[in-house]
Design a protein. Structure first.
Length: 306
């Protein structure tokens, strides 16, 4: 398949629709301006061998995950998706590039359609390295106030939207559902001080929020929800470590004023919030263990080495 043939097939498959006025086929896409003048932009690049293994999964699952991690970032910004831009680096050694691309875009399209996101453009190239996919998403804020990582204040309470751990070993990182439903409800119902998604593990992402906010946190180990994907026969300390450090959970981590806790605990069925601790003045993260002892949050999670 030539590049022109591929682009023509994409233009037919993904016609422009609101808010995209002109999509695939020109040097740039044209989007209808947001009435409030604000656009949220997120982007993530995923690599074969790092974020998934194409020797073990279909291209459709790789495409789904590439879009899903960006949708998770939009949820963390309390924004709904509008348009997606997909850029690919395809290995020259790919046996059947047409079948590969058809499967990849099947996975992308299924999730894009579910969340009313228009695939509006991108770029494609070939090279001698592993498959790489970059997705950039534009989003429309769901609230007049966009919570950032830097908004946590002493006295706020910390919540997560679901159990943690075991995502990589179970394959859940390929099939998770971005928490856009929770983002919509939060935007309508709760004052959120700070918000982010948990992609690199709670032990990595919570310190990022606290550092950005200039605050510290106290966690209660017994309150951290551990996913059933974490083997139940592991010692309790290892199960806790998995919840803190496995990463790729894509749940939301939020800090809210104490007055908002009642609303979270009374959230509609299907929307879950678990309190795990509180925000304090100072630096560092303290972990209160079941035996009453306190310690610093152990290092863990995923950090890219550049």
């Amino acid at each position: 398949m030539t590049e022109n043939e591929f682009l023509q097939s994409l233009a037919q498959r993904f016609p422009a629709r609101n808010p995209v006025l002109h999509g695939i086929g020109d040097d740039g896409a044209v989007l209808q301006a947001e009435p409030h003048g604000r656009v949220v932009v997120v982007t993530d690049m995923l690599l074969d061998g790092t974020h998934f293994r194409l020797s073990e999964i279909t291209p459709a699952l790789a495409g789904r995950k590439a879009l899903a991690v960006n949708l998770s970032d939009l949820a963390a910004m309390l924004a709904k998706p509008t348009a997606a831009f997909i850029s690919l680096a395809i290995p020259r050694a790919t046996t059947d590039s047409t079948a590969f691309l058809q499967s990849l875009y099947h996975g992308l399209q299924e999730l894009a359609d579910e969340f009313h996101c228009v695939i509006a453009g991108g770029d494609t190239n070939s090279w001698d390295g592993p498959f790489a996919i970059n997705v950039a998403l534009t989003g429309s804020p769901l609230s007049t106030s966009i919570p950032l990582r830097s908004g946590a204040r002493p006295g706020d309470l910390l919540f997560v939207t679901g159990p943690l751990g075991g995502s990589l070993a179970s394959g859940r990182h390929l099939t998770f559902r971005p928490r856009l439903d929770i983002a919509r409800w939060l935007a309508d119902s709760v004052s959120v001080s700070a918000l982010m998604d948990i992609s690199d593990g709670l032990a990595t992402d919570l310190p990022r929020m606290m550092q950005a906010s200039g605050t510290s946190a106290r966690l209660t180990a017994a309150d951290i929800p551990i996913h059933s994907d974490v083997p139940p026969d592991l010692p309790p300390a290892l199960r806790l470590q998995a919840a803190l450090s496995d990463g790729e959970d894509f749940e939301l981590l939020l800090a809210v004023p104490p007055a908002a806790a009642t609303a979270l605990q009374a959230a509609p069925e299907g929307l879950a919030f678990q309190q795990i601790g509180s925000v304090e003045a100072g630096q560092g993260i303290t972990l209160l263990m079941p035996d009453g002892q306190s310690s610093r949050l152990p290092a863990g999670g995923w950090q890219h080495r550049l």
